[in-house]
Design a protein around this ligand. Structure first.
Ligand code: NOJ
Ligand code: NOJ
Length: 414
């Protein structure tokens, strides 16, 4: 009897595992296709990365600098692993588009969060500046430039990316100069809602400055390198002020914007760790991060009815008090927790984190659509996809979670 039960358990769990595995493979392919479809689509200037093809309720048919950087990082990382002509073309177009928008006159210089798809500035009312945007763009392009250098590219051939001159006209240096001179000023957070100082923005700023300093040295820009590196240290001191009661808080010194985010908890704390990579200021194993994740999950379990049914992992939103589209779980924040656990598995060698990570991907599968489409959010009651459809960043976040999953399994010999 006992053996039979064990056999049944084994069969059902391996069946389950197989279906998840199959779905992951299919979804990853679909996500790649859908991500690529949002690069330079019809009606845009070549190199534009649309946040989503949706043009109303909400209108996401814009080039958001943040979304574009995160999405193109996925393409650039792929290019480093398995180079292709099509990736190379997209990267070149993104670089050209970015150089073009850096030339536009905007309301908040390079802190401008989004541009029209023809590359012209968007001057309507919006939460600006959003200084994580130029930091992210610089950070991922620094890594791209580092890679090209290792491949043998000379500084002269990379002039449009980095060139030691002031005023800066090269893509990366322009962003680094802006970031190095403006990071102490309050700006809007990545969710475009609160003006103040933000953990996420500071984390990506510090990383861009530090890795940017190393690149500047290679390009014989010694003085700039020292300046960026020194600013990075100052950012670190500021970051220390975001630790409280054994967890991280998301905003300090709020100036304007929504005023009801009382918990000061936010899933972008996790995103900050993921988006800076392995050499961030804090370690992925930091107990204060683990505590932040736990607190977030507890509140999302209370708040979202869909978390009270079924047995898949918690679906997470941006932050507990969120009201955007009614306040719902998001795909990219749920994928982030999966990725967080895979990173933990890879860094600690503990395989149980792979199983835990899989439960979050299973949550995404639970709400998945047959065509592999991914919107921005799931309705907190029904689990249906809502808000912008085919959000490029949702697909990107699924792909990066999968990449980390493979890396974790490989490092554990699984
Ligand atoms: C649009 C922003 O993109 C979104 O993040 C925000 O929640 C809403 N505006 C409300 O401010
Ligand atoms: C709203 C999100 O809050 C913001 O982070 C994002 O950049 C835009 N939507 C575009 O996807």
């Amino acid at each position: 009897m006992k053996t039979l039960l064990l056999c049944l358990l084994f069969v059902s769990s391996s069946l389950h595992a197989r279906t998840l595995e199959n779905w992951l493979t299919v979804q990853e392919k679909a996500s790649w296709q859908k991500l690529l479809a949002n690069l330079s689509p019809e009606g845009t200037r070549a190199g534009a990365v649309i946040a989503s093809p949706q043009r109303r309720d909400p209108d996401y048919f814009f080039h958001w600098v943040r979304d574009a950087a995160l999405v193109m990082d996925v393409v650039m990382m792929d290019q480093r692993q398995s180079p292709s002509a099509i990736n190379a073309k997209h990267i070149q177009q993104y670089v050209d588009f970015s150089l073009f928008i850096q030339e536009q006159t905007t309301l908040t210089d390079l802190g401008e969060p989004k541009y029209h798809v023809d590359g012209s500035s968007f001057n309507g009312p919006w939460g600006r500046p959003q200084n994580d945007s130029p930091a992210l763009r610089a950070l991922y392009l620094v890594r791209h430039a580092e890679h090209l250098t290792k491949q043998g590219a000379t500084p002269a051939s990379l002039r449009s990316l980095y060139f030691a001159e002031l005023p800066a006209r090269s893509l990366i240096k322009r962003d680094l100069e802006y970031v190095a001179h403006h990071w102490t000023e309050p700006g809007f957070d990545l969710w475009e809602e609160i003006k103040g100082m933000h953990f996420y923005t500071l984390m990506v700023t510090r990383q861009a400055l530090l890795e940017g300093a190393a690149l500047a040295r290679k390009f014989n820009d010694q003085g700039a390198a020292e300046h960026y590196a020194w600013q990075a240290v100052l950012v670190e001191n500021r970051l220390d002020q975001f630790v409280t009661n054994h967890h991280f808080v998301t905003t300090r010194d709020r100036v304007e914007g929504i005023d009801y985010k009382h918990s000061n908890l936010d899933t972008c704390i996790i995103l900050a760790f993921l988006h800076v990579g392995d050499n961030g200021y804090f370690r992925i194993t930091d107990s204060r991060l683990a505590r932040s994740v736990k607190l977030l999950e507890e509140s999302f379990n209370r708040i979202y009815p869909l978390n009270q049914r079924g047995s898949v992992a918690t679906a997470l939103g941006r932050y507990p008090e969120d009201t955007y589209y009614g306040g719902n779980p998001w795909i990219l924040t749920t994928a982030a927790v999966a990725e967080y656990h895979y990173r933990l598995a890879r860094t600690t060698g503990k395989s149980r984190h792979i199983k835990i990570g899989d439960e979050y991907l299973d949550r995404i599968r639970f709400h998945s659509r047959n065509d592999g489409a991914m919107a921005e959010q799931w309705d907190r009651h029904t689990g249906y996809h809502i808000s912008a459809d085919e959000l490029t960043w949702s697909h990107a976040s699924f792909i990066t979670a999968m990449r980390e999953r493979k890396a974790a399994k490989k490092s554990l010999g699984l």
